[in-house]
Design a protein around this ligand. Sequence first.
Ligand code: 4NP
Length: 160
Amino acid sequence: MKKVNVLFVCLGNICRSPTAHGVFQHKVAEARLGDSILVDSAGTGAWHIGNAPDERAIAAASARGYELGALRARQTRAEDFDDFDYILAMDRQNLSDLQQSRPAGYGGQLDLFLNFGRHPDFAEVPDPYYGAVQGFELVLDLVEGAAEGLLADIRHKYSL
Ligand code: 4NP
């Protein structure tokens, strides 16, 4: 069976989307759905291509049991719309950038990732790059919540 392919997108692909990538991958493995769901992440910007995630993101995730250290940043590309069933943006600017390059026939779900969460105060994952370490904890809180909702959505839609 074809896998369900999920792509998380932020600006740099070194803070928010690798966190979402690592957290969601962990939840997929816990649910023993690794053979059915493929997870990836990318950035709309090109500055950090080939780089590991930000050390603050790696440390904050590691403290909650998620390993991000092996991930490497890449930029979004046109073929992502051929390859991914879900393309999930961390903020509205990322979503807007993706919508610019969305082909008319894209049949997947291009959306804000936090639409799968139920947080009353946050529709977007705030960019933690220029802020304090607490920003990385907030990223994890928001991502963990939305990851649960996303997994439930996929399980329901694909009968997994
Ligand atoms: P991210 O954070 O989009 O969550 O990976 C950022 C990382 C780097 C930059 C901006 C945001 N930057 O401008 O280099």
